[in-house]
Design a protein around this ligand. Structure first.
Ligand code: RRO
Length: 295
């Protein structure tokens, strides 16, 4: 397997401590859990998505553990502006704040609360089960461009997290780039559903939800590969990464770094586990493999 040399990783306006970033939505609701993931080897962390008003989320069950992934419909639960205080102890750390809104003005307002603490923003334009938010606006290139531009006006780097639940992801990526994004994150969860044959009802309270974990890794690799050919800004691969070889594969598709989410549920030390086989002092320059699978 390819082994990389160690060192800081500048990507999308943020200097990460390594290529592995905690994905939004996993252990990202408190300052102490984010700090713990940094201490457990994450090169950067993304918070749970924060929106314009507090939300309790969808009725349960909100999470189903499947053989090869997780199915969730949390429903964007978040404390809104109260989250600002959680992040104070993490100033100067590579903490990316995931935000959502229903229009460019709401995105700009939420970003404004965190302008003093964020290393960057990650725009959630991709949650598959959030009426009026997430993919509901992230499937429209004009809205993606406008929301990105509104947050880019803070002067902080903007990462835009894309939905795979569209027929043409490259057009959405190009819209983010046009709006001033510093990086694209691909992908959020895949819209999905399971039904309990005993109960004769959907297993999730919301009915459908978002699939993550190893089952979606090939979808994520395909999206990163397509975006690498269509866009010039860096891509951060996300979706089912759980091994060092998965990280290398994502990078060969075109990712400059990766986010890891569902794998943390199975192994809270996943960052150290992956780092042990991903890096060595005599490893190769990562720039040599980013996008190398393209002809
Ligand atoms: O909170 C959620 O239900 C959720 C979010 Br914000 C997201 O971006 N993706 C997802 O699968 N679930």
């Amino acid at each position: 397997m390819v082994v990389l040399k160690t060192g800081p990783v500048p990507v999308g306006g943020v200097v990460l401590e390594n290529h592995l970033v905690l994905a939004a939505g996993v252990l990202g609701t408190t300052g102490s859990s984010l700090a713990r993931m940094l201490s457990l080897g994450a090169g950067g962390v993304v918070t749970k998505s924060i929106g314009p008003v507090p939300k309790d989320g969808h009725d349960g069950p909100c999470l189903a553990v499947l053989d090869d992934g997780l199915l969730n419909a949390m429903g964007l639960p978040n404390p809104s502006q109260d989250f600002v205080a959680e992040l104070a102890p993490l100033a100067k750390k590579p903490v990316v704040i995931s935000i959502f809104g229903g229009d460019p003005e709401e995105f700009a307002a939420v970003a404004g609360w965190f302008a003093g603490t964020a290393a960057a923003f990650e725009l959630n334009l991709s949650c598959p089960h959030a009426e009026g938010y997430g993919a509901a606006i992230g499937s429209d290139p004009a809205l993606v461009e406008a929301c990105t531009r509104a947050v880019a006006q803070t002067g902080l780097p903007v990462w835009v997290k894309l939905t795979p639940n569209v027929t043409e992801i490259t057009g959405i990526g190009r819209a983010a780039e046009k709006g001033g994004a510093s990086a694209i994150v691909a992908i959020n969860t895949v819209k999905a559903m399971r039904i309990s044959t005993e109960l004769r009802r959907p297993v999730l309270g919301h009915g459908f939800g978002g699939l993550s974990g190893p089952a979606v890794f090939p979808v994520a690799v395909r999206c990163v590969y397509e975006l690498y050919e269509a866009c010039r800004i860096p891509i951060i691969g996300c979706g089912g990464v759980s091994t060092a070889d998965n990280v290398i594969e994502m990078m060969m598709a075109g990712a400059s770094a990766v986010e890891i989410g569902s794998a943390v549920y199975r192994d809270v030390k996943i960052f150290e586990t992956i780092k042990a086989s991903l890096y060595a002092k005599d490893g190769i320059d990562p720039a040599g493999i980013v996008g190398c699978a393209h002809g």
